[in-house]
Design a protein. Structure first.
Length: 196
């Protein structure tokens, strides 16, 4: 696998040529992250304040809207016979239309699904039970060579480069490469622990 070419952003900075320069770059990553996080936190505060203000402004309108619709519904229910023509479900008034409609039927399973399935089968209603076949991705990950050459399924893995400046809680991650098929490495728990 060849090396990736640097991004345009990476080309804007001089290459790092020593450990001291790498350490300085990590310090700068930390400073940039702190500045970015501070701006994002300010934005979140402003958005939260705007949402609270809008919610306070909208609440009386929403309450009045609900009360008006409730009153209109009560009136319409009381006058349904005179409002609706034969086989009609809506009525046109001078300012708009009101009406009733049925939502599509829905099935809700409120009990234990396995018990309901067993009851349907016991009552000879097995045609109401759908069997679902799924690809066992965990089994494929345990032995990826078994799917080599099968169209429509592949195993891939990305390697990430990460930087965690001192005093910053979150590391910055960049995908450095993606490998597929036979090049996928076995899981490396020691790397995961090292990164933690």
């Amino acid at each position: 696998m060849g090396r990736k070419t640097p991004s345009k952003a990476a080309k804007a900075y001089p290459p790092i040529s020593s450990r001291d320069e790498a350490d300085e770059a990590i310090r700068e990553v930390g400073s940039l992250l702190r500045a970015k996080n501070q701006i994002e936190a300010l934005l979140e505060d402003e958005v939260s304040a705007l949402k609270a203000e809008a919610s306070a402004t909208v609440k009386p309108l929403a309450d009045a809207l609900k009360a008006k619709i409730d009153a209109l519904h009560a009136w319409a229910e009381g006058h349904k016979g005179e409002l609706l023509e034969k086989d009609k479900r809506s009525a046109r008034l001078a300012q708009g239309t009101i009406g009733w409609r049925w939502n599509p039927p829905a099935v809700k399973v409120t009990g234990d699904e396995a018990a309901v399935i067993a009851a349907l089968r016991r009552l000879n209603l097995g045609d109401l039970v759908r069997e679902k076949a799924e690809i066992d991705k965990e089994a494929i990950l345990a032995d990826p060579k078994r799917v080599d050459g099968i169209a429509g399924v592949s195993v891939s893995q990305t390697e990430q480069f990460w930087v965690k400046p001192a005093e910053i809680e979150v590391e910055q991650v960049k995908t450095s490469r993606t490998v597929k098929g036979a090049d996928v490495a076995p899981r490396a728990p020691h790397e995961a622990r090292e990164a933690a």
